[in-house]
Design a protein around this ligand. Structure first.
Ligand code: AVI
Length: 327
């Protein structure tokens, strides 16, 4: 049995690295060139993201933490239904810093639930599991490593209890508007009538505040982006010269799209395995979108994907909102 598990793990690692290679080559052979920010999170990327969350400019984590620390009862009320047992599934759980407040509250109230954190990074999931077992030794936890929908389907098979989905941190903002709509519609299809989604949105605000959060003076966000090129070097046999690329951030306060790019500083050729990619001087790679929303943008997204809004809980500055959606 152990042998089987090992083999299936090896197979899935091979699949993952093949997908990574295909996505990278497709992206870099496109015009404009693009890479997917879902690949930011290797071990180094996880560390850099932890540093980002601690930066003074990066307000998102603190705002949502404010909600989870100070409005825990409101959150719990929003997701509980007649005190029935449920599965609490967190998409992109990371280190679960914020959700731990909710988990603690639910545990103290004697709520019957299983916590199922889903993350693409097995590394961060084991950190999370160790931390939680120390803080809340009695919690039922089933970590699921992989892509959101694959793991959600797995979670659906594991139990038939009511589901509460947490999708925090403004992760939805890392999808384009179209992708977000598709994602929410697929989520809606998968869920049942009593299920609830709690989803975090970073709100449109002073454009300087947003831009500064993604173009910090210390250069951590730049390093976070450049690390993907290093990861390609390490894992796919690339030879990017990191010094020859520079991070550029833009924010459009009308559409709410905050976007990260890497600029090639000269004409250059980069090898990835046997493939060669040409870069012109000043050519950009589109790296990431971090979409900001107005409250009506959120309503529109909920409606378009078949959900109705049952409540919204904001931080004290009204910069971030956790929206409660009913199927
Ligand atoms: C994970 N995600 C919500 C972050 C964001 O704000 O878009 C990723 C990030 N990129 C740069 N800084 C933080």
């Amino acid at each position: 049995n152990l042998q089987l598990t090992k083999e299936s793990k090896k197979r899935s690692e091979k699949n993952n690295s093949e997908n990574f290679l295909n996505d990278v080559l497709n992206g870099l052979h496109s015009n404009p060139k693009h890479l997917s920010s879902k690949y930011f999170y290797d071990k180094k990327g996880d560390e850099l993201f932890q540093k980002i969350m601690a930066m003074p400019e990066y307000y998102l984590t603190r705002c949502e933490l404010d909600i989870f620390k100070n409005k825990t009862e409101e959150l719990a009320k929003g997701i509980r239904s007649n005190h029935e047992p449920f599965d609490l599934i967190e998409l992109g759980a990371g280190d679960a810093m914020k959700s731990t407040y909710l988990l603690k509250h639910l545990t103290e109230k004697g709520t019957d639930f299983t916590y199922m954190p889903i993350d693409i990074s097995g590394n961060i999931l084991s950190v999370l599991e160790n931390n939680l077992k120390m803080q809340l030794p009695d919690i039922n936890i089933t970590p699921l490593e992989g892509e959101y929908f694959q793991m959600l389907k797995k979670a659906m098979k594991l139990s038939s209890r009511r589901k509460v989905i947490l999708f925090l941190g403004g992760n939805i903002g890392n999808m384009t508007r179209k992708e977000a709509e598709k994602f929410c519609a697929s989520l809606h299809q998968l869920l049942n009538i009593e299920d609830i989604v709690l989803i975090g949105f970073d709100l449109k605000k002073n454009p300087f505040t947003v831009l500064n959060a993604y173009s910090d003076k210390s250069g951590i966000t730049a390093e976070f982006n450049l690390n993907l090129l290093s990861r390609i070097n390490r894992e796919l046999g690339g030879n990017f010269n990191i010094e020859q690329f520079e991070h550029y951030e833009s924010y459009d306060p009308i559409t709410g799209a905050c976007r990260s790019f890497l600029i090639s500083l000269k004409n250059q050729q980069v090898k990835i395995g046997k493939e060669t990619i040409d870069f012109a001087e000043n050519e950009v790679i589109d790296m990431e979108v971090s979409q900001k929303f107005s409250k009506s943008d959120i309503e529109y997204l909920a409606e378009r994907s078949g959900f109705s809004i049952a409540g919204e809980i904001s931080d004290s500055k009204d910069w971030f909102v956790d929206s409660i959606w009913k199927v």
